[in-house]
Design a protein around this ligand. Structure first.
Ligand SMILES: CC(C)(COP(=O)(O)OP(=O)(O)OC[C@H]1O[C@@H](n2cnc3c(N)ncnc32)[C@H](O)[C@@H]1OP(=O)(O)O)[C@@H](O)C(=O)NCCC(=O)NCCS
Length: 176
């Protein structure tokens, strides 16, 4: 398996990955898979960071995708600080539980760290992300701006600055 940046030639395969990975997680009656639309909207937005949008490639076949996009953290009495949001991350259903998701997450976090990024936030499975160093946001003083997301909101600090506290805001497409 190769972890590499996604290219325009991968866009259709990336959509296929998320359509398959998230198919069973859609609300009843959904006409399309929200994560497919979200990736497309993020790619067209200022929040897109091509160096942190990665695919897992097995013999030329895209089996997984992850993106980290620009988000903001606003302390109580200071200006916003640029941070990152993780997601969507998806792996083809037939390829799950084989290490692909872990490889994508480690590669994306390592890339973000190398670029000097400070913090990554996400809303996701409570049992999955702690193995990558994520902690409940509330336990480290960081909350999402949508209260409904708080229960599964997690953050991973990439620097040692534990004084970075505040309200986390995703890129606009996450609110559409
Ligand atoms: C979540 C996902 C990206 C993980 O990728 P993956 O390639 O299956 O994961 P890995 O093989 O690297 O890791 C497997 C481990 O993760 C755990 N795991 C996978 N999905 C999990 C989930 N939804 N909840 C809790 N644990 C999960 C497995 O139990 C396994 O644990 P183990 O190593 O202790 O046995 C993938 O399962 C997926 O695409 N799921 C559907 C879409 C989704 O839920 N995306 C994330 C939204 S937050």
């Amino acid at each position: 398996m190769l972890i590499r940046r996604g290219t325009p030639a991968d866009h259709a395969a990336i959509a296929d990955v998320h359509r398959d990975a998230f198919a069973d997680l859609q609300p009843p009656g959904a006409e399309s898979v929200g994560e497919v639309d979200l990736v497309a909207a993020l790619r067209d937005s200022d929040a897109w960071l091509p160096e942190l949008a990665l695919v897992a490639d097995v013999d030329g076949r895209v089996v997984g995708h992850i993106c980290l996009t620009r988000a903001q953290l606003t302390p109580v009495d200071a200006d916003s600080v640029p941070v990152l949001a993780l997601g969507p991350v998806g792996v083809l259903s037939g390829e799950q539980r084989g290490g692909v998701g872990s490889a994508l997450i480690h590669a994306a976090l390592g890339g973000a760290d190398a670029l000097g990024e400070r913090l990554v936030g996400l809303v996701g499975h409570d049992e999955y992300y702690p193995r990558f160093g994520f902690r409940r946001g509330a336990s480290v003083g960081i909350e999402p701006d949508v209260a409904d997301w708080a229960a599964h909101f997690q953050v991973r600090r990439l620097d040692a600055d534990t004084g970075l506290l505040g309200v986390f805001r995703y890129a606009p497409p996450f609110y559409a």
